[in-house]
Design a protein around this ligand. Sequence first.
Ligand SMILES: NC(=O)c1ccc[n+]([C@@H]2O[C@H](COP(=O)([O-])OP(=O)(O)OC[C@H]3O[C@@H](n4cnc5c(N)ncnc54)[C@H](O)[C@@H]3O)[C@@H](O)[C@H]2O)c1
Length: 479
Amino acid sequence: MRIAVIGTGYVGLVSGACFAQAGYRVTCVDVDRAKVDSLTKGRVPIYEPGLAEVITEARRRRTLVFSSDAKSAASSAEIIFIAVGTPPRAFDGHADLSNLYAVVATIAPALRDGCLVVVKSTVPVGTGDRIEQSLQDLRPDLEFDVASNPEFLRAGSAVGDFRKPDRVVVGAQSERAASVLASVYATLGVENARVLKTKRRSAELIKYAANGFLATKIAFINEIADLCESLDAQVQEVAQGIGLDARIGPQFLSAGPGFGGSCFPKDARALARTAEECGARMSIIEAVLASNDRRKRTIVGKIRMASGEDLRGKRIALLGLTFKAGTDDMRDAPAIALAETLVEEGASIHAYDPVGMARAATLLPSSVRYHGSALEAARSADVLVIVTEWDEFRHLDLVRLKRAMATPVLVDLRNIFSEEQVTALGFAYCGIGHRSAWHRPPMPAEKHHTPAIGFPESARSSSRKALTTMKQRGVEAAE
Ligand SMILES: NC(=O)c1ccc[n+]([C@@H]2O[C@H](COP(=O)([O-])OP(=O)(O)OC[C@H]3O[C@@H](n4cnc5c(N)ncnc54)[C@H](O)[C@@H]3O)[C@@H](O)[C@H]2O)c1
C-alpha cells in the first residue's frame, strides 16, 4: 500500500518515517523545498530522539522518499495523510486552515478512486465535513472517504509515542474507512484494543478536549505552587499526594514557568473560540489561558527578587530555552517572554540550550548571547536560571559552576535541584512552589478571614458576620 504524508514537520515526518519503517511505501511531501532537499540528502531538520535512525532505516529499505510534489504523491497513494501546520490566526486565535485547504485543492484533481484522505493536523470540529464537501464539488466522479486521525505524540518522545500510543483515535463516517485506518496501525503493532473508532466530529473534538484538559492540569498545579509559596507548603509533596489518586494521576503535575509549545496554547485558544462561537463558552479554558499568560509575565519576579529587585546591569544566565526538554521546538516557549522582560528591565542574557539555540536565535531579543555549554553561559553571571528541565542540567558540576559565577544565586524554574543539595554548596536557591530559606514572605494570616469566591451562601453570610464583628472590635481584615 502506498501512503502520502503531506506536511513533513514534527508530526508528518515522524508518522511518515514510522509507516515506512513498518513496510509501507511512503512519500513525505512538503512545500518547503529546503526541507525536502535536506531530508533527501539524509539530514533531519528537527531534533527528535530516535527519529534519524528510523529515517535512515526506512531509506535503506527504500520505503521512504521525500518530495515537494503533492499532486504526484497523492496520485499514486491509497491513503493520504494531511499533517500541515494549523497555527493560530493572529486576529482571533482560531486555527488557521489555509495550509490545509491549499493541500485539498492541490491534490483533488490527482486523487484516485477508493482513496482515503486522513486529517492528522489538529483541526476544528466540522473541518472533515468541509473537506468532504469540497472534494465532492471538485471531483463529483470520485469515490473517496475522509477520516480524522488526530495525533497525540509528544515532542521529545514522538517516535516512541507514535509506535506505542495510549490510543489511536479513528474518526470515520464509514466502516470501510475506519477498518483501513485501523489496519495501518495494526501493521505498526498497535493492538486493536487501543484503536478507538468514533464519529469524525467526535475525533476532531477529542484532540482539543485532551489538550484543553492537560493544559488545565498544568495551570492548576502552577496556581497550587503559588499557594504553596504563600502558605509554606511544598508543591512537589502536594502534587505527589494528589497524583497518587488514580482518578487524578501523577502526570502533568510538575509546577513550572507556564505551558508553551506548538500545541497547548494554540489548541486551548482554538477550543475557547469554538465554544464561544457555538454559544457554549468554556470559561474553564478561558481562565486557564489567562492564568498561563499571567504566569509567563510574573515568573520573572523570582529572577528580579534574586537580583535584589533591580535587574539593570545584571548578567543573567538562562539554561534551557525550548518549551520543554527533549525537543528543539521553541514555539510559545516561556523562555521567549522571560528573555524579553529581562532585557526590557536592563539585564544582559547569556543563554545555553543543548539543541534549541538556532531556533531560539530567531525568536529571542537580538542582544541575547549564546554559549556552547552551561558553564560558559554561567561565567560571571549574577543569577543562574534553569528554564528547561534538560537532563544534562541535573548532572552539572555545581562546584565549578559556583566558582565561575559572579554571585552564586540559582533560580530553578523546574525544581530539578533540591534546596538542601545546592544550599549546602553555598548557593542561594529559589525554586517553584516552596519557600526558599533566603526568601520567606510573611504569612498572609488575616487572609483566612476573607470570604472566598465560590463559598456557599451560608458560609459567606457567616464570614460577613465574622468580618462585621471584627470591624466592630476595630480589627481590620486584610484585602
Ligand atoms: N508538534 C506536535 O507535537 C504535535 C502533536 C500533535 C498534533 N500536532 C498537530 O499536527 C499538525 C502539524 O504540526 P507540526 O508540529 O508537525 O507542524 P510543523 O510546522 O512542524 O510542520 C508542518 C509542515 O507542513 C508544511 N506545509 C505547510 N503548508 C503545506 C502545503 N500546502 N503543502 C505541503 N506542506 C505544507 C510546512 O512547510 C511544515 O514543514 C498541527 O495541526 C499540530 O497542531 C502537533
